[in-house]
Design a binder for this molecule. Structure first.
Ligand code: SAM
Length: 285
């Protein structure tokens, strides 16, 4: 894994998709989700979605991708829609897009979310993740991480919260950050964003909404918010979770004239939270 300092100061054209996947895949956000988006991981779903849109002779002018992580799969969806004839304006949102690289004692640094949650340490020019995995208990790295977290996390947090220190960076693919073809918004799906209400012909919530990382109340709010961001009758919603690398389990809905979502297609048995989207009318107020 590269350090944040190196990654964000590199020439974007010199970064490979693998560099990006390795870097973002190791960032565990404040609500315990990973900023993981491997290139092309949703390509088969993109193709299946476009087939459904074509079959219905649908037009998609505005699309919203929720929980975009590094934005790689968002850019791919935008490209796939454009190639199939939709003149789409894409918006990507994520709870955590902004971060800061802050200086710490002894030449150390940390990549920190605005809340103070540490995403990565830089120690002696090497990247270190703050979170532990089982193997770390065998190698002794768990202890090292505990010591580093206890020592450096409060200092990093204090700097991040002051919002003055360090350099701000956007936690998206540097190639995407340079592009003005896409609107990127930092947004928490559990909080209604009036600027998004009623705005989209197509919404994708891929690998963001699940029962593991959201309390039941927050998940329901996220579901209601997502529904309210649909433009209205005829709008499309894809809710999806990928197990492993390629086991996509998702449901494609379309809003009827009565504001109720109906299932158009299921992949891999459907979304595990499918029923939360059913049987309710759009509540856009
Ligand atoms: C596993 S990534 C999914 C990336 C991409 N959609 C995909 O499937 O390849 C999950 C993303 O959801 C974001 N996320 C988690 N909770 C969120 C919330 N409450 N609101 C918006 N985004 C959230 C995380 O920051 C992370 O970037």
């Amino acid at each position: 894994m590269q350090t944040a300092t190196k990654f964000f100061s590199a020439d974007p054209d010199g970064l490979t998709a693998r560099d990006e996947a390795l870097f973002f895949g190791a960032l565990r956000t404040g609500n315990a989700t990973f900023k993981r988006t491997d290139q092309a991981r949703l390509r088969t779903v993109d193709a299946a979605l476009i087939e459904c849109l074509d079959r219905a002779n649908a037009t998609v002018d505005t699309a919203l991708d929720l929980g975009i992580s590094s934005g790689v799969t968002t850019a791919e969806l935008a490209a796939a829609l454009t190639q199939s004839g939709h003149r789409v304006r894409m918006t990507g949102t994520d709870r955590s897009l902004a971060a800061r690289i802050v200086d710490l004692p002894m030449g150390c640094r940390a990549l920190v979310e605005p809340t103070g949650h540490v995403l990565q340490y830089e120690i002696l020019g090497r990247a270190m993740r703050p979170w532990t995995r089982r193997l770390d208990y065998l190698t002794g790295m768990a202890l090292a991480r505990t010591v580093v977290n206890r020592t450096l996390a409060p200092l990093a947090r204090a700097q991040a919260v002051s919002r003055q220190a360090g350099n701000s960076v956007a936690l998206v693919s540097p190639r995407l950050a340079q592009s003005d073809a896409m609107r990127l918004i930092e947004d928490d799906i559990t909080l209604r964003n009036p600027a998004l209400v009623g705005g989209f012909d197509l919404i994708r919530a891929a690998n963001v909404l699940n029962r593991l990382h959201f309390q039941p109340g927050s998940l329901l709010r996220a579901v209601e918010n997502t529904r309210s961001y649909l433009r209205g009758p005829g709008a499309w919603l894809l809710v999806l979770r990928t197990h492993g690398d390629t086991d996509h389990r998702g449901t494609l809905f379309r809003m009827g004239d009565d504001g109720v979502l109906a299932i158009v297609e299921r992949w891999g048995g459907g979304s595990e939270i499918e029923e939360l989207f059913l049987d309710k009318r759009s509540q856009s107020t």
